[in-house]
Design a protein around this ligand. Structure first.
Ligand SMILES: [Zn+2]
Ligand SMILES: [Zn+2]
Length: 184
């Protein structure tokens, strides 16, 4: 549908109220959703309450992650992390954006045996961090600025980006399911 051809108002299929078209989110296919934003959010909340099992699982996963993080091998100093940030020009290693808060992202997830060493950490924005989670098939870009301005990739020192991708691929194949594992 052509955006300009949109009607000003639309009927919400849930609350049956006629609302301004802007009150309906895009359906991602060039049109609009048939339920208004308010009903959409309500549905989401109801869904969350109707599946406490999923919530418990999410909480358990989070707990397992915190435990893993404490037990994970290796470590780094704040200075090393700051240098790392600088190497990436304070940009997200995945999408390259610099206008968002950056968090420490484990290239090889702790759940897959990754360490807390600086070589396994890259800056990532919250949304890339959330998107990647424990996935191994999403590899970060090399830093846009190398440690001495050479533009040379500095992660990890032992393998180039292709080697890293291959390693990640192998790890991904060896992992049967994305479910959290309780090791130890
Ligand atoms: Zn509605
Ligand atoms: Zn990002």
């Amino acid at each position: 549908m052509d955006w300009d051809d949109e009607p000003d108002m639309q009927l919400c299929r849930i609350c049956r109220e006629e609302k301004f078209i802007e009150d309906f989110q895009s359906d991602g296919k060039g049109g609009r959703r048939t339920e208004c934003r308010i009903c959409c959010n309500l549905q989401r909340v109801r869904w969350a309450h109707s599946t406490p099992e999923r919530h418990r699982r999410a909480l358990a996963m989070r707990e397992a992650y915190v435990k893993r993080r404490k037990r994970a091998p290796g470590g780094h100093t704040e200075a090393e992390w700051q240098a790392r940030l600088q190497a990436y020009g304070a940009r997200c290693a995945y999408c390259g954006r610099s206008d968002r808060a950056l968090v420490k992202e484990h290239v090889i997830p702790l759940s897959a045996g990754g360490s807390n060493d600086i070589s396994n950490l890259v800056p990532a924005c919250q949304s890339c961090n959330a998107r990647k989670l424990d996935r191994l098939d999403i590899a970060p870009a090399p830093p846009p600025f190398g440690p001495n301005g050479s533009g040379e990739a500095s992660i990890p020192a032992t393998m180039g980006v292709n080697g890293l991708a291959a390693t990640l691929g192998r790890l991904a194949e060896s992992r049967p399911s994305p479910e959290p594992r309780e090791e130890g």
